[in-house]
Design a protein around this ligand. Structure first.
Ligand SMILES: [Zn+2]
Length: 322
């Protein structure tokens, strides 16, 4: 009987030990999990004062944790959060956004993002790069992206004198552009009795050089830059640009008041063309408004650019080059 009691007591003690062990390990695991969580950036950033949403925004934006460490060592950066939330934010440009904002504290953040994306934190013709011609009809030529002296499109075709001024053979464009232009010509003519005429199309490096140097020798570099692209920097060298007027309206000063201009603004994208240098985008494109200069980019992208009211420079930075 006493033996039985002793055994019962032994079991009881073993039972208690097991229960204690279980409780202990549960607490241990829990403590370990808490310890582990305290090591995460989620915990640290929220402890630092960022909200849950801001914290996940930061973690999702920066794969490189050194930036997160940096944030933990400074006050909460609301400007950074707002920059990241900008529609056209590009992570690689972050340092430049911050530097540009510092220099131009009155600019809105969306302006900062837009201008830096299109390189306006550099002066024109500074920090230039060679145009990536492998992008074909989406290649970018502007005051920061240039073609080489020997770049000539392979599929140039002659524009009929029915649609262009100048000697036969003097107006050329890429075949894909010519096909699209003819479709647009037919639509303009049948829908609105507009007779489109091309005044300038493909221009080679040499002829741009002659035009530019002529202005330069006449009135200096500043004047030349204000009126013509430097050789290699004219979009006309791509064979994708057309200066478009009509038979009855061919004056650069008044073309924007014509019915043809309005028709082109509202319809050219359906044929793959965009107005390349709009009036309200001078600081983005680097060009004074040119109501006649159209660029072919294909129907899908022309439609996107038209619908979103952005320039090709912005489109290229965010959707092609990013
Ligand atoms: Zn032009």
């Amino acid at each position: 009987m006493a033996k039985k009691l002793k055994l019962k007591k032994k079991f009881k003690i073993i039972g208690i030990i097991i229960i204690l062990l279980i409780i202990g390990s549960i607490i241990g695991v829990k403590q370990y999990k808490i310890y582990k969580y305290h090591q995460t950036y989620e915990y640290k950033l929220m402890e630092h004062g960022y909200t849950k949403d801001e914290t996940s925004l930061l973690i999702n934006t920066f794969n490189d944790t050194s930036k997160l460490d940096e944030l933990l060592n400074q006050n909460i950066d609301k400007t950074l959060l707002n920059l990241i939330n900008e529609k056209y934010f590009i992570l690689n440009n972050l340092d430049r956004y911050e530097a540009y904002l510092k220099k131009n504290p009155k600019l809105s953040l969306d302006n900062v993002v837009t201008l830096v994306n299109v390189n306006r934190d550099n002066n024109y013709y500074e920090n230039v790069v060679a145009t990536d011609t492998s992008k074909d009809i989406l290649m970018l030529v502007n005051k920061y992206n240039h073609l080489n002296e020997d770049y000539t499109p392979e599929d140039l075709v002659i524009i009929s004198q029915n649609y262009s001024w100048g000697d036969l053979g003097s107006q050329k464009t890429r075949k894909i552009v010519y096909d699209a232009f003819q479709n647009m010509w037919n639509a303009a003519n049948s829908e609105a009795s507009i007779y489109l005429m091309v005044s300038s199309s493909y221009r080679d490096y040499k002829s741009q050089e002659i035009v530019y140097n002529n202005y330069k020798s006449l009135k200096g570099e500043k004047y030349a830059d204000s009126i013509a692209a430097r050789p290699g920097y004219s979009e006309h060298q791509t064979g994708l640009s057309l200066d478009i007027f009509t038979k009855t309206s061919s004056n650069k000063n008044t073309f924007k008041d014509s019915d043809a201009y309005t028709w082109l603004i509202n319809n050219s994208y359906k044929y793959g063309f965009i107005l390349r240098y709009p009036e309200d985008k001078v600081n983005i494109t680097g060009y004074e408004a040119e109501s006649w200069h159209y660029r072919y980019v294909g129907i899908d992208i022309a439609t996107f650019i038209h619908d979103n009211n952005i320039t090709f420079d912005e489109y290229y930075a965010y959707y092609i080059n990013k």
